[in-house]
Design a protein around this ligand. Structure first.
Ligand SMILES: Nc1ncnc2c1ncn2[C@@H]1O[C@H](COP(=O)(O)OP(=O)(O)O)[C@@H](O)[C@H]1O
Ligand SMILES: [Mg+2]
Length: 258
């Protein structure tokens, strides 16, 4: 990753619209995820944030609009195909096997996406590669001391770290994270914020988050959604100063004194 350019555009959604029958869950949503950047999708419940993430991850086809990844049109790719090109997401309901250890879970994630031409190598080599990869990702996600723990006994916050380790093991360049701080206490939350900042150095992150303190602590760009529409998008200072955002979503100016 040393040659990676900061601010290189990785994922670009243009005018995504998604309808559910008569309901327009997303209308003309355009978001960009660049390397070195944490882009936060902010908005009240039902605003359309998860729908947007689902379209970016390939879990939900858009009704209209296009998505490119590193310049290539990926609108028609499935979630599995997107994972292989470098788009990783965490799910609110986790894919963790609770009876497996942290290491086993992450190793499985690594193997599920591996594109190495193992057939010309040996099974043992593949296993070593996956094990090394898993250890590195567990370390990067801050779970180094938990590698041999059964996943089910991890704290809530650690389970979210494990999900991130699993996404990292897929070599994701873009991390799509839907409310990774949900249900966390303030200590766990602060830890996750630090982790996200660290991961941003070499990747791009699109994050859905409600907690205002956390949003302003991590965001480089914020897109505010209301009723399936983009209300405003820009750096935190612009969002803080936006009268439209204050009126539509945040209520009072006091909300910004974070
Ligand atoms: N699969 C679905 N079928 C029908 N309506 C949906 C579906 N998913 C989301 N919606 C609707 O789309 C709107 C946006 O939902 P969602 O994207 O989950 O919002 P958010 O994540 O911001 O809370 C809501 O009105 C929700 O009920
Ligand atoms: Mg949601």
């Amino acid at each position: 990753m040393s040659a990676a350019k900061t601010n290189e555009v990785l994922l670009e959604a243009r005018k995504l619209t998604r309808r559910f029958g008569g309901l327009v869950a997303n209308q003309d949503i355009s978001v960009t995820v660049a390397r070195g950047v944490i882009h936060v999708l902010l908005g009240p419940n039902g605003a359309g944030k998860s729908t947007c993430i689902n379209m970016l991850s390939g879990d939900l086809p858009p009704s209209e609009g296009t998505i490119t990844f590193m310049g290539r049109d990926i609108t028609g790719l499935s979630a599995a195909q997107r994972s292989r090109v470098g788009i990783g997401r965490s799910y609110q309901r986790t894919n963790i096997f609770p009876q497996f250890t942290v290491l086993e879970n992450v190793r499985l994630a690594a193997q599920s996406r591996n594109q190495q031409p193992w057939r010309i190598f040996s099974k043992a080599m593949e296993q070593k590669w996956a094990l090394d990869k898993a250890h590195a990702c567990i370390e990067e996600a801050g779970l180094g001391k938990r590698a041999d723990w059964v996943s089910g006994v991890l704290s809530h916050g650690e389970q979210r770290q494990l999900e991130i380790a699993m996404v990292l093991a897929t070599d994701a360049q873009v991390l799509l994270l839907d409310e990774p701080l949900a249900g966390m206490g303030s200590d766990e939350s602060a830890k996750m914020v630090e982790l996200l900042k660290k991961l941003r150095a070499t990747r791009g992150i699109l994050l859905v988050e409600h907690d205002m303190d956390a949003v302003f602590a991590v965001a480089d760009v914020i897109t505010v959604m209301v009723n399936g529409q983009m209300l405003e998008s820009g750096p935190p200072a612009q969002i803080r100063a936006s009268v439209a955002v204050q009126q539509a979503y945040l209520g009072t100016e006091e909300s910004f004194h974070v």
